[in-house]
Write a protein that binds this ligand. Structure first.
Ligand code: NAD
Ligand code: LMR
Length: 332
């Protein structure tokens, strides 16, 4: 196994990346490997990245390898192991005189970015490269990227780890336990207000969530909408979308893929569906996953889903189908 890993980060001058990039090289994600960084931005803000490089050098990270800044994604993609696709516009800002309210309003604004990036990743990224789409609408952006990559050895994911971390935090508070006692959390479907946080299959210690959370009023009226709308709540409070928690979730996803999943646990990300759990083949939907720690990520296939869960998941799948239709022109 190589003792170096090459990581491409887009949107490297943005707020998520400012929190994300230093933690990629602190030894907690890739262990003792040297981490070579390709930081990609649009030309207008490349100079900001020069400052970022200075700060990275001044921080003295023993695991940092080469660091390069560029506006040429295709060059950056050459032989890369990981792609963290953060670069895109967040909601909450005013664009062409209209405030962008929902992540799906970003479909046309951001979707186009993922055509050329997908092609470059498919052609130039390593066989078995891992791609995590953070930029919204993450699932459909990943669908576009995967479509254009045309490389089935690589793994495309859209980030639902932030939603999973949020859901764990809500449930830990409700059950009066530490967040580390909440495991096996899955976010099903889209990273959007239709996502379904699976409170039934989650484990609180050794107990199934279905047996712990009997207050279904709270589940339906507070927990599910609370997780679904947490991104908006942060935007309303902060005047900007979540950044440090999003960076932590991206790092958690990379860590979950790079390290073997503890027996009985799983992690959450959206991947290209093979039709399992009744999710239409080809959609990028949140599901439970495990990693063997050697680069292989597998779907957990034996979750039992209640009728309530199935009905909620279907709502999110219908939304993913309509997002796919809305970007049909970006899919050839
Ligand atoms: P930001 O505006 O601070 O930074 C985005 C950066 O992307 C900017 O510096 C911009 O110049 C750059 N960029 C735009 N187009 C690019 C391109 N083609 N190539 C390279 N860089 C490009 O935004 P942010 O707060 O860092 O958020 C980034 C994205 O992540 C947003 O779409 C946001 O909605 C999304 N997000 C997703 C999650 C999630 O859970 N999936 C969580 C939080 C934020
Ligand atoms: C989040 O969930 O915090 C991000 O997707 C940002 C947003 O637009 O909500």
């Amino acid at each position: 196994m190589s003792d170096r890993v090459k990581v491409v980060v887009t949107g490297a001058a943005g707020q998520i990346s400012y929190s994300l990039i230093p933690r990629l090289v602190d030894g907690t994600v890739f262990g003792n490997k040297k981490v070579d960084l390709e930081l990609v931005e649009i030309p207008a803000v490349l100079n900001k990245l020069e400052g970022m490089v200075m700060e990275m050098e001044d921080s003295f990270f023993p695991h940092m390898g080469d660091i390069n800044i560029t506006d040429n994604f295709a060059d950056a993609a050459e032989n890369a192991d990981w792609f963290l696709l953060v670069g895109s516009i967040p909601r909450g800002i005013v664009l062409n005189g209209k405030k962008i309210e929902e992540r799906s309003d970003l479909l046309k604004v951001n979707g186009g970015i993922f055509i050329d990036q997908g092609k470059a990743i498919g052609e130039k990224g390593k066989e078995k490269a891992k791609i995590l789409v953070v930029g919204n609408p993450a699932n459909t952006n990943a669908l576009i990227g995967h479509h254009h990559a045309r490389n089935e050895t690589q793994l495309w994911m859209a980030m639902t780890m932030l939603d999973s971390n949020r859901a764990k935090s809500f449930l830990a508070k409700k059950a009066s336990v530490g967040v580390d006692e909440v495991t096996k959390m899955t976010i099903w479907g889209n990273h959007s207000p239709t996502m379904y946080p699976d409170f039934e299959n989650v484990l609180i210690g050794n107990q199934r969530g279905a047996d712990v959370f009997s207050d279904l009023q709270w589940i339906e009226n507070e927990f599910i909408p609370g997780v679904q709308q947490r991104g908006k709540a942060v935007i309303d409070a902060r005047g900007a979308s979540s950044a440090t928690s999003a960076a932590k979730a991206a790092l958690d996803t990379v860590r979950a893929v790079e390290h073997k999943t503890i027996d009985g646990d799983c992690f959450s990300a959206a991947i290209v569906s093979d039709g399992s759990y009744g999710i239409d083949e080809g959609l990028v939907a949140g599901v439970p996953l495990i990693s063997d720690g050697q680069g292989q990520v597998n779907l957990v296939r034996d979750f039992s889903l209640s009728d309530f869960a199935k009905q909620r998941i279907q709502i999110s799948i219908e939304e993913l189908k309509s997002e796919k239709e809305a970007v049909a022109d970006l899919l050839d």
